[in-house]
Design a protein around this ligand. Structure first.
Ligand SMILES: [Zn+2]
Length: 343
């Protein structure tokens, strides 16, 4: 059956079977709609309130999620689905259309900063970006307990591939969360201490965690490209979570750093913000192991050509998780993140 165009309230995530939708959210300018692709597959053992959702393109210029999930749309067979699987290859269609991080060309917001109270339900917060938040809240959240949000660095940052989770006081829950992150196969598994406060700048990863879901976040590439390993990790992580949480039947084997035991668990990090605008020169690749005090990069000021560059120094012993991607950086931009190795 061809993909059906439906309003959010017409999406059926409960009946057994597969449905491919374009979820229609009206344009505020042209006469027409934004169409968000959403596929739901429900198996015979689906439990109320339980299921897995995977999102690509929360930011519009990050492509590993969209590509991996597009493949999974064909790979996952309806007869193998036991519980509930919801696949959203492109969540922020307004940003994806123009290939940018924010919904440029529409309301201009960053979808991963607008998970605030009243999004999409109040006149002041009624643009497409806020209404995507409301669509997820009303259509998806009530029916899933696992949320996987696939990101990469876009044009902002370069990353060591990582998958992460929020730590939980309950050891068993914590272990399950950590295992879900490990199964992606990335070199770095990032354990985050606490969800960010519920303020004016809040993301999907935090919201899913605040709702008590298994919330998994990733950074699987950078540079608005499609990263070879990033796509592989995204596919693996989504399938492993679905299989291990009884949403999908089948077997899966560990890959890459997970398989060979070279994953680093990272807990806590030190970042450096650019003290002035300039040009960033990395001296190490992301993933490098550095000591506290190591100069990881240099910030050059080409208007003070004859002065020494600013040394961008690791604040902790650990692994270089992220650095600026483009050479030109703004004042205040995070240009280095070094994670503390917990093991
Ligand atoms: Zn992102």
């Amino acid at each position: 059956m061809p993909r059906q165009i439906v309003s959010p309230h017409e999406v059926d995530v409960e009946s057994v079977g597969r449905r491919d939708y374009w979820v229609s959210l009206s344009h505020t300018s042209v006469w027409g709609s934004h169409l968000i692709p959403l596929t739901v597959i429900v198996g015979p053992q689906a439990k109320p309130g339980e299921g897995l959702v995977a999102f690509g393109a929360n930011h519009g210029n990050e492509y590993e999620g969209p590509v991996a999930i597009k493949h999974l749309l064909r790979e996952i067979k309806t007869q193998d689905v036991l519980g509930r699987i919801i696949l959203v290859p492109v969540l922020n269609v307004a940003a994806f259309r123009v290939g940018e991080r924010e919904s440029t060309g529409d309301d201009g917001f960053n979808l991963n900063r607008v998970w605030v109270e009243g999004a999409g339900t109040t006149p002041e917060l009624a643009g497409i970006t806020h209404r995507i938040v409301e669509m997820v809240r009303s259509v998806i959240w009530p029916h899933v307990h696992i949320s996987i949000d696939i990101h990469s660095g876009g044009e902002v940052a370069r990353f060591a591939h990582w998958s992460g989770y929020f730590e939980h006081d309950d050891t068993q829950i914590n272990e399950r969360r950590q295992q879900m992150a490990r199964w992606f196969g990335c070199g770095v598994v990032l354990a985050t201490g606490a969800s960010m406060p519920n303020g004016v700048s809040r993301g999907l990863y935090e919201e899913a965690n605040d709702l008590g879901k298994y919330s998994i976040g990733t950074e699987l590439g950078h540079g608005s490209s499609t990263d070879v390993r990033g796509v592989r990790y995204a596919r693996q992580g989504i399938l492993a979570a679905a299989i291990h949480h009884e949403q999908l039947s089948g077997n899966i084997e560990p890959i890459d750093h997970h398989a060979d035991g070279t994953q680093s668990l990272v807990r806590g990090a030190a970042s450096v913000a650019a003290p002035y605008p300039g040009h960033y020169e990395p001296l190490f690749d992301c993933g490098a192991v550095v000591s506290k005090g190591t100069t990881v990069g240099l910030l050059h000021d080409f208007y003070r050509l004859d002065e020494d560059p600013f040394e961008v120094v690791a604040g902790v012993d650990g692994i270089v998780i992220s650095q600026a991607w483009g050479a030109r950086v703004d004042q205040g931009q995070m240009i280095l993140l070094v994670g503390k190795k917990a093991e």
